[in-house]
Write a protein that binds this ligand. Structure first.
Ligand code: AMW
Length: 154
C-alpha cells in the first residue's frame, strides 16, 4: 500500500516499517547514508495538529527503528529532528521526523546539520536518488525488520 506524504506519493516499495498510525520510509535526497523519515499516516501539517495518540505512535515508531538504523549504517549516534513549519525549514506539509545516522567527525558537526536539513532539497550538491536506489535500501531495511526485530514491544 502506498502512502501520501504531503504532495508526494510514497510507494510501498520505499516504506520499510509501519505501525498503527505511522510509517517509515527511505529518503529521496538523504543528507547522510541512512537518513530516513517517519511520518504520520494522516496528512497533518504541523506537529501540534497530531492527536496525542498519533504523537505517541509516531515516536514509538522512531524509537523502534532508530537503533536499527544506527546499527545498519555503522553509526555511533543519531540526530532525530522535526522541522515544524516553513520558517523552520519544513518543505513537505505533512508531519515527519528525520532520523540521521551520525559518527564522530562527520561533515555535519557543529550544528551544520540544521543548516543542511533546511537547505538540502534546493541545493544541487546532494542528488535526488532514483527509485531503484531507494527501493534497494528499503528492501534491505524491510528484511532487517522482519527478521531481527521480533522482540520489540509497543
Ligand atoms: W522537511 O524539509 O519538509 O523537514 O523534509 C522533507 C524531506 O522529504 C527531505 O529530507 C526530502 O529529501 C524528502 N523527500 C522529498 N520528496 C521525497 C520523496 N518523493 N520520497 C522520499 N523523500 C522525499
Amino acid at each position: 500500500m502506498s502512502s501520501k506524504f504531503g504532495h508526494v506519493i510514497i510507494t510501498s516499495s520505499c516504506i520499510f516499517c509501519r505501525s498503527a498510525l505511522s510509517y517509515a520510509f527511505v529518503n529521496k535526497k538523504p543528507i547522510a547514508p541512512g537518513h530516513v523519515l517517519v511520518a504520520s499516516d494522516r496528512e497533518a501539517k504541523r506537529f501540534n495538529d497530531l492527536s496525542p495518540e498519533e504523537v505517541s505512535d509516531l515516536f514509538k515508531l522512531v524509537h523502534r527503528i532508530s537503533p536499527i538504523i544506527q546499527k545498519v549504517f555503522n553509526a555511533t549516534a543519531l540526530t532525530i529532528a522535526i522541522q515544524d513549519g516553513a520558517a523552520a525549514g519544513q518543505t513537505v506539509e505533512h508531519v515527519h521526523v528525520h532520523i540521521v545516522p551520525r559518527i564522530e567527525g562527520d561533515p555535519l558537526q557543529d550544528d551544520r546539520i540544521y543548516e543542511v536539513l533546511q537547505t538540502h532539497e534546493k541545493k544541487d550538491d546532494i542528488k535526488w536518488r532514483t527509485d531503484n536506489e531507494m527501493e534497494t535500501e528499503a528492501t534491505l531495511l524491510k528484511e532487517y525488520f522482519e527478521e531481527n526485530d521480533d522482540e520489540y514491544q509497543q
